[in-house]
Write a protein that binds this ligand. Structure first.
Ligand SMILES: Nc1ncnc2c1ncn2[C@@H]1O[C@H](COP(=O)(O)OP(=O)(O)OP(=O)(O)O)[C@@H](O)[C@H]1O
Length: 312
């Protein structure tokens, strides 16, 4: 008979597992048959337009809401059991902080409740709030509150960190420190899942990007794969004279056209053919550049294509 060491079983278990999970509020299907596994050490960005179901999915993951159907498992257990075991740290958009205490008292309390806490001084300094440790929580600015939420989410050693739009309201320095810490956590084998509207953050930080739309996953891959999937390319050039908008709009394979003075920016599904046609118009494009889409443009292209498909 062969036996499997507990660590080996654990290694095979998904950190997060959604199996056909649905959640509706009245007529609104916030999460619609979501099936998904997240693995140890992954840094995963959850993208989606407003109302796509990101917060609902995270609430289900954390056991804050109950699914209408399907199952959610964290480390093979219910969300409540995994959280009680101290395996999950979360930073959510909603939920007020305890107010009549100082920042340090609040951090100390959360560290005391964590099964595997970090030293309070370390938690304070990592979140950049050591200098405001003595301040009352109800006197903090929005960005400082966000840093305190960051401190509470990283008060102990968690195997999964869930963040809902974590850097909203943070200044550039706080954002940099925040993402450096998260990278460090992922390098130690922890799984980081974050919902964001900052696509440049997703592009820079995540090694896996999920695009959610109307409660379903529209795309799942690396940022590079998502950009490639959008198919289109960006063409940019400068004209010597004023642009003839009508002629440019008739170019083949054009999906968008933007004219600003003599600068022309185009998105095309066949960049070679479009550029060829630009020369065919007798134009002499200067500083011609052809590049792939950024994650933001790819995201817009993918979600707009889905909107158009479902509207038919
Ligand atoms: N408590 C609720 N009651 C009714 N409808 C809700 C409730 N919570 C969310 N919804 C609806 O469910 C859908 C998904 O909302 P959700 O907040 O999960 O989206 P989101 O992707 O996080 O959006 P955003 O980017 O705007 O934060 C939306 O249509 C929203 O209006």
């Amino acid at each position: 008979m062969t036996t499997t060491a507990p660590e080996a079983t654990e290694a095979k278990t998904a950190v997060v597992s959604f199996d056909q999970v649905s959640k509706a509020y009245g007529d609104v299907r916030a999460v619609d048959g979501l099936t998904l596994d997240l693995h140890p050490g992954e840094t995963v960005a959850l993208l989606g337009p407003n109302g796509a179901g990101k917060s609902s999915a995270l609430d289900l993951l954390l056991g804050l809401r109950t699914a209408d159907s399907g199952t959610v498992r964290l480390f093979g257990r219910t969300p409540q059991a995994a959280i009680a075991a101290g395996r999950v740290g979360a930073m959510l958009q909603t939920g007020g902080l305890m107010e009549e205490v100082t920042v340090e008292e609040l951090v100390r309390l959360v560290c005391a409740l964590h099964p595997k806490p970090y030293p309070v001084t370390e938690v304070l300094s990592r979140a950049g709030i050591a200098s405001i440790a003595g301040r009352m929580v109800n006197k903090l600015s929005g960005g400082q509150e966000q840093r305190v939420r960051f401190a509470l989410a990283t008060a102990g050693a968690n195997d999964l960190i869930v963040l809902d739009e974590p850097t909203t309201g943070m200044d550039v320095t706080a954002r940099k420190a925040f993402w450096a810490t998260m990278r460090d956590q992922a390098d130690q084998g922890r799984t980081v899942l974050f919902a964001t509207h900052y696509l440049e953050e997703a592009d820079a930080i995540a090694d896996r990007v999920l695009v959610l739309h109307k409660g379903r996953i529209l795309a799942d891959g690396t940022a590079a794969e998502i950009k490639a999937r959008a198919g289109a390319r960006r063409i940019s050039f400068e004209l010597e004279g004023p642009a003839d908008e009508e002629a440019l709009r008739a170019l083949p394979f054009l999906s968008t056209l933007d004219i600003s003075g003599h600068r022309v920016r185009i998105q095309s599904h066949n960049a070679d053919a479009t550029v060829h046609a630009v020369y065919g118009l007798g134009l002499y494009p200067r500083e011609l550049e052809v590049a792939g889409l950024g994650l933001e443009q790819a995201f817009v292209a993918i979600t707009e294509a889905e909107e158009a498909r479902t509207a038919c």
